[in-house]
Design a binder for this molecule. Sequence first.
Ligand code: HEM
Length: 419
Amino acid sequence: MADSTAPGQPGFTTITDPALYLDGIPHQRFAAMRATPGLVWHPYEDDGFWAVTRHAEVREVSKTAQVYSSAIGHTNLWDLEADALEARRSLIDTDAPDHTRLRRLVAGSFTPRNVRQWTETVREISAELLDRYLAGGGGDWVEQVAAPLPIRVILAMLGVPGEDADHLVELSNYLVEGTGDRQSIPADAFGNTTELRLLPFNSPASHALFEYAERLGGLRRDHPEDDLVSRLVAAVDDGERLSPNEYRNLFHLLIFAGNETTRTALTHGAMALADHPEQWARVVDGSVSVEVAGEEILRWATPVLHMRRTAAVDTTLAGTDIAAGQKVVMWYASANRDETVFDDPGSFDVGRVDNPHVAFGGGGPHLCLGAFLARLEITVLLEEMVARRMVLRRTGEPVRTRSNFVNGVLSVDFVPEVA
Ligand code: HEM
């Protein structure tokens, strides 16, 4: 067969077509790119990007933020006009010193020590969702367990009332659509009058989230509580620390990042454990800890498929010259299957001990802020499943998200049994 990694050659397929991911991650395609010396230039829209598919180079790009900028352009594949970039800019699309200032405002809430304080909240929500799932005989895992758990936890941290969770899950689903090539809601949905190009993910749902952030911020300004929104609003009022635009973009980012990603890990984890009952048995009988199993779930799921950077200066990576201004895209989905790093990377092994996966990014200043929180949610949910001796039996194929950015699953049905 022709080299399918070479643009212009027979057999070449793009890795950015969102429809490609409706069948799951194209692992063979990525394996061929990893085997190609240097970096592969991949066409995209009128231009293209350097595809970084090997683990070592994903780490190098992530850690060298002064060369590979998150602020020039932004961290998604497509280009933005200057005004759109400024309107949408958030923690994830900034470089130092702005990034350092913004990250400092929120980092304290996500340290292992502070995240651990949420253990009982995570456990109560997990127990409630699992008991209801068992009592109802199962059904769609995403809707009943994987989506509500992370959103309810991040909303609790932000200080958002629980009754708004469903609405915010709905908004988050529309945001993911915006990473694909079609949006199922009209541009004026939710009363939006802003041009879509000025909104994160080109989605009118972002307008609804911004409005929500402002309403809640107003409430907390008048009546501060011990929550993240109150702290952020206080930083806005302080003048220099956070602008009103930064506040609403940060709120938006925390809702999106704290929700869609963990949901995806919990869903792929459940599917993998259902499809590999012998692996789940190792967790249930205690021969593998939930922490070790959780890391394999993260590697296997790779909820965020890629992040983009833009070269700030001329540079060289893996022997390939990169010109200033060119896009460099790190494919975590590929690096997590790098055969030079992971033994038998295509097998799901809950006991994998040497597991330096890059599901949270390859290190450096942008490493996922919510990594400890996501890990807590995964491990507590597993503990509660073990406590119930719950076994999941899959009754259908997953409906996947049409996106080249998140490894999302819209729905998947199981029947739970008690072993
Ligand atoms: C399994 C769940 C999660 C996965 C796989 C994930 C993955 C990622 C990845 C790949 C990045 C980009 C890293 C980089 O560019 O170097 C990131 C950044 C980020 N994540 Fe997560 N994430 C998850 C959960 C969460 C949660 C629960 C939160 C909660 C608030 C969160 C908040 C963020 C934020 C704010 C950033 C931007 C950090 C920065 O630019 O400094 N994530 N995440």
